[in-house]
Design a protein around this ligand. Structure first.
Ligand SMILES: C[S@@+](CC[C@H](N)C(=O)[O-])C[C@H]1O[C@@H](n2cnc3c(N)ncnc32)[C@H](O)[C@@H]1O
Length: 215
């Protein structure tokens, strides 16, 4: 019944986002965390998906989305104080290819990111947990390659960066132990886009360690 106001309201609520309609927030509002995300709720245009795990204040995410309008970028971060910044900047720049999810990364990878949905995972300067007794909290551990494999499409890539030499050795070891991934050179167009933490470390003379792995 087209004139029924209740039906019209329902139709509007479920209508796909118009490409040009400005969104009031890029931060995803969860109705449930028990089902995988419906990616069409996040992006007006279906196109290759890249995910940044621990996007912080979005310095990489925003710039990479701006340079790649043909890719959808999903930023995952648990701290509201940090994720508010890419929300504000992304809206100000009118970026329609960004969505932000405030949640814990391991839970997101295991339960919320649809399987075989993702072309690239970016993990930049994850917390290094330098004390030996805290290393069990590191994101890139023995379980991570399997979580990444589940999320990635065939040919999908994991890009890693860290300032922490010993954590970098662990990253290399866990991926080298998983024979489904092949090491590749990080692409130049990617490495030229730096993150906030990266710029801070580099300014102190601490270099970036980078690795990329293709499924
Ligand atoms: C050291 S910062 C790096 C931020 C950004 N990638 C950069 O390079 O500028 C690590 C970020 O990951 C987030 N983070 C760490 N562990 C997380 C987890 N388990 N779930 C969600 N976010 C997490 C932190 O809140 C923080 O913003």
């Amino acid at each position: 019944m087209p004139d029924d106001p209740i039906n019209l309201q329902r139709a509007e609520a479920h209508a796909p986002l118009a490409q040009s309609a400005p969104r009031s927030t890029l931060l995803h509002e969860f109705h449930t965390i028990l089902e995988p995300l419906t990616l069409t709720d996040h992006f007006p245009t279906p196109q290759p998906l890249e995910v940044e795990l621990g996007c912080g204040d979005g310095s990489f995410l925003i710039e990479w989305a701006r340079r790649n309008p043909g890719r959808n970028l999903l930023g995952v971060e648990r701290l509201l104080g940090r994720i508010r910044k890419p929300d504000k900047v992304g809206r100000r720049l009118g970026l329609t290819n960004i969505s932000l999810v405030r949640i814990e990364i391991s839970y997101f990878l295991e339960y919320l990111l649809p399987a075989a949905s993702t072309d690239a995972l970016h993990v930049y300067f994850p917390d290094p947990w330098p004390k030996v007794k805290h290393r069990k909290y590191r994101l890139i551990n023995d379980r991570f390659p399997a979580l990444a494999r589940r999320a990635l499409k065939p040919g999908g890539i994991v890009h890693l960066r860290t300032d922490h030499v010993e954590y970098f050795a662990q990253m290399l070891a866990v991926f080298r132990a998983d024979k489904s991934f092949t090491e590749m050179e990080p692409p130049a167009e990617l490495t030229e886009v730096t993150t906030d933490f990266e710029r801070e470390f580099n300014a102190k003379g601490i270099p970036t360690n980078r690795a990329s792995w293709r499924l």
